[in-house]
Design a protein around this ligand. Structure first.
Ligand code: NAD
Length: 357
């Protein structure tokens, strides 16, 4: 165990359980909000309308145009809508895209956000905001954008498509895996990380088999919350950096890209981070944890290669160059050959062994 560390945490109010959506009115009142704008995506407009109906006069409008990677143009329209309706707060209901829109509005207006998280991506617990403008994604960290309250209602996840549940859950596991070897890691975060990985590894295959298994859904959402807490304060490394590069350069889907890359980035780093590797091994109950992460995706029937996400093979060299542009800390030193080996094995979808990279 590390015998020297700095432990930092963010203020959080988390309402977790089944039926917790019913608490929204009370949570709005607690924050003194009487004119909230409800945010969601077109796909979840029905859930947004249900929240509007539930809140009655407290809800002054529904903006259902949240989109992946938080396009600034969408945020500007939402800010305008919030001003027209004189909103004094935000309730977002959705995955990372919707929470991201809420954060982007908070950044520009100061309006507080209550985030109802319906996927496992984890944005709701973090002060991180990625925004896209002119085809470029920039990421900032600002405590101001942290939601004031996070509501996790297991019932809202029962209808999450099983394959998206699996990729979103593995996306969450990636936050915890990288927290375990983070440069600013600490023993408290390690406990959350290992438990978060365990909860998701056990529940995701059950969810794919029976998407409305309430116990498995509860455990998965609990795991996702823990992993999100890890993402909030831990410095991410190779895995997140690569996913950012690959997603941005080839317009690859967020959760699937994390799912494909994780076993390979982890296999590469595991040799340099034996304690982290041992924690992941305990959590996934395998002495070949990188292969076990790969097998988990395979068992859940979700993509296991970048090739299957339609990334062109010729893009590997470009991705390596972009990934090397801005150096960052990683437990294992990074060079062109190492990064190329990770991207190539992820592109091919080879089952990694612990020392494969
Ligand atoms: P998403 O929010 O784009 O959701 C994908 C689709 O699934 C959307 O149509 C959404 O409406 C739908 N959906 C979500 N939950 C559902 C449910 N329970 N039932 C049915 N449909 C549901 O995808 P995501 O993976 O949750 O989030 C990805 C985005 O979040 C990316 O832009 C990523 O960069 C960002 N993100 C940010 C952070 C951060 O800390 N800033 C962390 C993780 C992800």
């Amino acid at each position: 165990m590390r015998d020297s560390f700095t432990y930092v945490t963010h203020p959080a109010r988390v309402i977790f359980g089944s039926g917790t959506l019913a608490e929204l009115g009370k949570e709005a009142e607690r924050l003194d909000l009487s004119k909230v704008l409800v945010l969601t995506t077109p796909a979840q407009a029905g859930q947004g309308e249900a929240v509007m109906a539930q809140l009655g006069a407290t809800a002054v409008g529904l903006f259902d145009q949240a989109a992946m990677h938080t396009p600034v143009a969408v945020t500007e329209r939402a800010v305008e809508f919030a001003r027209e309706r004189a909103a004094d707060g935000l309730i977002s209901i959705g995955g990372g895209s919707t929470t991201g829109l809420g954060k982007a509005i908070t950044l520009r207006t100061g309006l507080p956000q209550i985030a109802v998280a319906t996927s496992y991506a984890g944005s709701e617990m973090t002060p991180i905001l990625g925004q896209t403008e002119g085809g470029k994604k920039t990421t900032l960290r600002d405590a101001k954008v942290l939601p004031k309250t996070v509501v996790y209602d297991v019932d809202l996840t029962l209808g999450m498509p099983p394959k998206f549940s699996a990729t979103s859950g593995i996306n969450a596991m990636a936050h915890a895996v990288e927290a375990l070897y983070a440069r600013n890691g600490n023993p408290v975060m390690n406990l959350l990380a290992e438990e978060g990985i365990r909860a998701l590894a056990q529940s995701l295959p059950k969810i794919v088999e029976a998407p409305d298994d309430a116990d498995a859904r509860t455990r998965a959402l609990y795991g996702a919350w823990l992993c999100a807490t890890c993402l909030a304060t831990s410095e991410m490394a190779l895995h997140h950096k690569l996913c950012h590069v690959l997603g941005g350069s080839f317009d690859l889907p967020h959760a699937e890209t994390h799912t494909v890359v994780l076993p390979h980035a982890f296999a590469f780093n595991a040799t340099a981070a034996p304690e982290a590797a041992a924690a992941v091994a305990r959590a996934v109950e395998s002495d070949e944890p990188a292969a076990a992460l790969f097998d988990l995706a395979h068992r859940c029937g979700v993509p296991t290669s970048l090739q299957s996400l339609e990334m062109p093979e010729a893009g590997i060299a470009d991705a390596v160059s972009i990934a090397l542009e801005n150096p960052y800390w990683n437990p294992r030193p990074l060079d062109r050959d190492g990064i190329e080996a990770v991207i190539r094995s992820a592109w091919e979808g080879a089952r990694p062994s612990q020392n494969s990279a």
